[in-house]
Write a protein that binds this ligand. Sequence first.
Ligand code: PLP
Length: 365
Amino acid sequence: MQVKCNVLDRQFQMYQKEYEQAALRVLRSGWYVLGNEVEQFEKEFARFTGRKYCVGLNSGLDALIMSVRALGIGSGDEVIVQANTYIATVLGITENGATPVFVEPDEYFNIDANKIEQAITDKTKAIMVTHLYGQASEMTRIVNIATKHHLQVIEDCAQSHGACFAGKMTGTFGISGCFSFYPTKNLGAFGDAGAVVTDDETFAEKLRMMRNYGSKIKYHNEIAGINSRLDEMQAALLRVKLSHLQALNDERKMLAQRYNEGIKNPIVWLPKVREDAESIYHQYVVKCMSRDFLQESLEQSGIQTQIHYPIPPHLAQCYHFLGHKKGDYPITESYADEVLSLPIYTGMTLEEQDYVIEKINAYQI
Ligand SMILES: *Cc1c(COP(=O)(O)O)cnc(C)c1O
């Protein structure tokens, strides 16, 4: 049997008729960028998250870069970020000339709230939180720390569409909730797309200007903006998927539960979910000391797995100038050596999953 880490057309087939109708509606409308579909999607996604405003953008990376920029954070400023996040979170900081200050993750793969305060200096302007692999971070404590030190909270929700902490949705704890709708995300488009949700009207207005060359009125450029517009096709398709997101997340939770119960190999560590937190299992990430051998052995059985992420940002070649070296963030580095993402995706069959479970249980060094 072959098991891929994702088979994207299965989620298309699941609601094929609805997607095709939405696509045809856009093709026939004669209007393709920033129009009625985008407006409707923004309303629906704002309502889904429980925020007042949503601004549709080109990508998750743009959501991060533009949020930092709209808050006036730049050269000479520091932003706290977890060390084991995806590079895009860090790019959101460095693309604005600000300096990322890394904090180690906890056993849930999210930022360790116990280690945030010691990283704060008089240059710190914000805490950037990634709800990694779909699990909500410890937001009550993080927000308390931010409030105490007058810092902004920016949430990277690219992997956490619909995940809650203490009953409150990720993306609603700080000024900005940044979302990616890259096709593999839980709420994925059929191309690139992203968004910011916020309750701050001025902030939303600034992002709206920024995404369209810095103008509210055509050719009246108030700020130096960029092109990060969301197109009508992606917005229309996202509206369809958003209406099914609950079911899609429930399916992943069911699959995660089956992994939790089925994997019984003492050398494979299973992911845990914090009390009060929820995971929508964007990834199901195990740890294993002999990870590379495990991956190879699964590969030989026809099972594809991924590593999120093999090189932590502080050791990435592009961040050599920050002056970090191996050993600076040992927990992060050990995760990079030991984590393995098992196949979990919309439309994965139970037979496929049972095969993965069987092969993991049979693995020995
Ligand atoms: C996918 C992802 C991003 C970037 O989103 P794009 O839409 O690909 O730009 C940012 N942060 C995290 C944690 C992600 O997983």
